[in-house]
Design a protein around this ligand. Sequence first.
Ligand code: E4P
Length: 217
Amino acid sequence: MRFFIDTASRDEIRTAQDMGLVDGVTTNPSLMAREAAPWQEVAAEICSLVPGPVSLEVLALDTEGMVNEARDLVRFGPNVVIKVPMTADGLKAVRILHSMHIDTNVTLVFSATQALLAAKAGATYDSPFVGRLDDAGHNGMEIIHEIRTIFDTYAFSTQILAASIRSPLHVRDAALAGAHVATIPFAILTRLMRHPLTDVGIELFLRDWKARHGADT
Ligand code: E4P
């Protein structure tokens, strides 16, 4: 399973890269808006920092506008993936971008049928929003299972990108459900490696060592 980091923060990306945890990046307009620097500068730096796929989202709501924005966004690097909302116009844009050999990530997917439509349109990635579904009282992880079954049954090459990840449990369950990728916020990435018993274990080992050898190593 690949790990993308869900952020536009270059500091977070660099720190996570040092831990070997960044196979790609997903951004969205809300994440971009948190950065102080102009978005063009942010996008350009992320694309050069990360060799893997970097999702940059269009703002237009009509097909023509989305395709025009995509033409500009792909200039940031060969690793740019165009993030398009799951709408009728978005699906038309995905078809056009697919014919232009431009990778796409269909975002704001909340059902298996929406994911099926995105795959049929030729999307490279399909982003079901697990956390937001949970927030709305559904079981977000269920649709990852459903999408995986549909994609396997019909041999779609579209990759399932589990998005809106809110906890280490979401990461575990997305992996078990067969998501190809999880896009994970920095705070969750760092929590993945922690366990209280690991800390207790380190403390005990050091205590026993010091009891026998003093402070010498
Ligand atoms: C996906 O690519 C989105 O950027 C993201 O996962 C949204 O997550 P949120 O629901 O925590 O905003």
